[in-house]
Design a protein around this ligand. Sequence first.
Ligand SMILES: [Zn+2]
Ligand SMILES: [Zn+2]
Length: 216
Amino acid sequence: MSVFEAKRSSINITLEGNESKAALLSCLEKNLSSVSSSNFSVCRICHVNNVPSENLISPCKCKGSLAYVHLSCLEKWINESFRLNCELCGFRYSPVHTQRYTVCESIRVWLLHPRNKIHMQADVLIAILLTLVTIGLTTVCFIGMDHFIIEGNQAGISSHWIKAAVYIFLAIVIVGYILSLYLLFRNQFVPWYTWWKATVELKLCQAPANDSEIIP
Ligand SMILES: [Zn+2]
Ligand SMILES: [Zn+2]
């Protein structure tokens, strides 16, 4: 027999003892109230008591059966409602901002979004093409250096000037390649970083407002 049923039966016994109806109702309310506030305190958000490894706390000035809540339930409510005050008593919570995701988690979540995934794939494809073009131009410059020198000599240009022109061209290609890679990287990094920094979560780290109000 549960505590609740035990208390109800004790009330029934009292009924048989010819007490007035009003007195019995009063007795019933008192008993149910005491049962509720002691053994049957439930979280005012999820309406559950026995959550493994999580105690009920009383984080605000609310009293009675509405005083108790799980910390995780309250944090979830604060994050979803964007409210920092208790709806009932107006008590202001003091949450701290924490990042919702670690760097690795945030990258995974970011890339799960189809739009971000397509952008990433497009930029990776562009980077691969740029790399192939740069490798191709560099190879052509080195392999064809002798041919360029011969052609230049026939046109009356010295070998030094031709080599200098080829190296300057290569330098421009490589600088352009590095710059393009940097812009592609920034194109991916900045939106992700801005989003990651904005995905904060509010955590409560305050002591309960009422004294000795943690219920195991
Ligand atoms: Zn809860
Ligand atoms: Zn409150």
